[in-house]
Design a protein around this ligand. Structure first.
Ligand code: NAD
Length: 467
């Protein structure tokens, strides 16, 4: 029998009282102590380590994730973030002197204090249920905030194990989990927050932004993107195939930074498809469905959405295409499309579907990429250095990996976030501390300086004006 705790919705009528008590704890100032924050981080580290097997079990049940993937992208991901933050917190939290100030201003000791924003709401997504919830929480703890976490109800086992870890590891008066779906999240959004940190779709992101605007609550939005990959005629087809296949098979393609479509020089299509076929065979010699390394679609609703997209696509399947509803399995599938309006290009698939659209040259690829989404979450050019630089200088995106699929997102100290409609604000590394911190500007006017300040007081005599 598994030791996984059950997933239970939080009674809605308890939400205001819970939030009030978490707010009161912030106002007690206990989270302002650096030692308090470090102890919480350490306890969370051990909570993750002690519950590693249950987390692996939970992610297997929710998403069919392999042990290796869960360890790499959830457990050790968060543990490493905690180690980094613990090592650097004192430095991040230290006052910063004002830059480049005139000598006379030095007497006022101008500095920036790093104050916690207050009580924050973190709303997680289902695809990386642990890292997308605990990642921001690590930032909130480090910054000295109190926090309420609302994990995604679509990955209920991961949500339940996080609730257990947080309840057992962290100070319950400062950090808690509210479980639920739209009604519970709506009740949470009715409360007053000092920040809302949301990860998920742009549709829900818009709801959050509108609600937050009513009370001028600051928000960070980590949204989806229709990310392009671009393969020029100078790219290495083998590398491009292996790396893009990896980027679409990790978590069965349910990755916000995965390429949504690939714009490929038409001369490269045969070589790329040949290499894609070889790579697929190498990754999953017995087929993806039999492989313990390949995940499943999170639920029937998402499975049917993906199936519908594939059914409606006017493109032709050139590789894969097998689906098994009873197992929520979708094979990594390459589809050759000939139009931008194909739903596989126009919409975010968020699954293991890989549309490729042949183009005549890099110029056309850049034009199409900008047309589909001016500001995707990521962009992935494969080609020579000059071509990749051209892509960077003629497009915008939250981040970019040259010669790879979303590798930039795995560097723990690079800020991760979108731009424009793929999101606002960033976290990870130092950015996780900053996103929950108010940079409070401070000066102190010494008593002895009053004589020098005389000039600022009226009456503004001619003598003062001539000084
Ligand atoms: P989602 O937007 O459906 O759900 C995310 C969260 O919002 C959940 O906690 C859910 O309970 C809540 N929610 C859903 N509907 C709501 C409503 N009407 N009102 C209030 N709250 C509501 O997202 P998802 O399906 O979990 O994730 C998929 C999307 O998220 C994709 O678009 C993907 O690209 C994006 N995503 C982005 C990132 C990132 O870091 N930028 C990471 C993962 C996923």
């Amino acid at each position: 029998m598994s030791g996984l705790p059950p997933f239970e919705h939080t009674p809605i009528d308890t939400i205001p009282t819970t939030v009030n008590s978490i707010q009161a704890s912030f106002l007690s100032h206990k989270t302002r102590q650096l030692d308090f924050r470090l102890v919480q981080l350490r306890k969370l580290y051990w909570g993750l380590k002690d519950n590693k097997d249950l987390i692996i079990e939970a992610c297997k049940r929710d998403l069919g994730k392999s042990t290796f993937e869960t360890y790499l992208t959830e457990v050790s991901w968060c543990m490493n973030d905690i180690v980094f933050m613990s090592k650097n917190l004192a430095r991040f939290a230290k006052d910063e002197p004002a830059e480049d100030i005139a000598l006379t201003n030095k007497f006022f000791g101008p500095r920036i204090r790093k104050d916690p924003l207050g009580t924050v709401l973190i709303i997680g997504a289902y695809n990386f249920p642990i890292q997308l919830s605990l990642g921001p929480l690590i930032g909130a703890i480090s910054a000295g905030c109190t926090a309420v976490l609302k994990p995604s109800e679509s990955s209920p086992n991961a949500a339940a194990i996080m609730q257990k870890i947080i309840a057992e590891s962290l100070d319950p008066s400062c950090f808690t989990v509210i479980q639920g779906a739209i009604p519970e999240t709506t009740a949470l959004l009715d409360q007053k927050w000092d920040k809302i940190f949301y990860t998920g779709s742009a549709t829900v992101g818009t709801i959050i932004a509108k609600k937050a605007a009513e009370t001028l609550t600051p928000i960070t939005l980590e949204l989806g993107g229709r990310n392009p990959a671009i393969i020029t005629k100078h790219a290495d087809p083998k590398l491009a195939a292996r790396r893009l296949l990896w980027a679409k098979t990790l978590n069965a393609g349910q990755v916000c930074v995965s390429q949504n479509f690939t714009l490929i020089d038409k001369e490269m299509v045969p070589a790329f498809l040949k290499e894609m076929k070889i790579s697929l065979q190498e990754f999953y010699p017995q087929g993806a469905q039999k492989s313990p390394d390949y995940g499943r679609i999170v639920n029937l609703k998402q499975f049917q959405r993906l199936k519908k997209m594939l059914d409606e696509s006017r493109g032709k399947i050139v590789l894969g295409g097998t689906m098994d509803e009873s197992d929520l399995f979708i094979e990594p599938t390459v589809v050759q499309v000939d139009s931008l309006s194909d739903s596989l290009v126009a919409e975010e698939s968020f699954g293991p579907l890989m549309p490729i659209l042949p183009v005549t040259d890099l110029g056309e690829a850049i034009k199409i990429a900008n047309q589909v989404h001016e500001t995707p979450l990521g962009i992935y050019p494969f080609g020579n250095q000059q071509e990749m630089e051209k892509v960077l200088s003629q497009t915008r995106s939250g981040g970019a990996s040259l010669n790879d699929g979303f590798f930039h997102a795995s560097i723990p100290t690079l800020p991760f976030g979108g731009v424009g409609s793929s999101g606002q604000g960033a976290y990870r590394g130092k950015a996780s501390f900053e996103v929950f911190t108010h940079r409070r500007s401070i000066t102190k006017t010494p008593a002895w300086i009053e004589g020098m300040l005389d000039i600022r007081y009226p009456p503004y005599t001619l003598k003062k004006q001539q000084k």
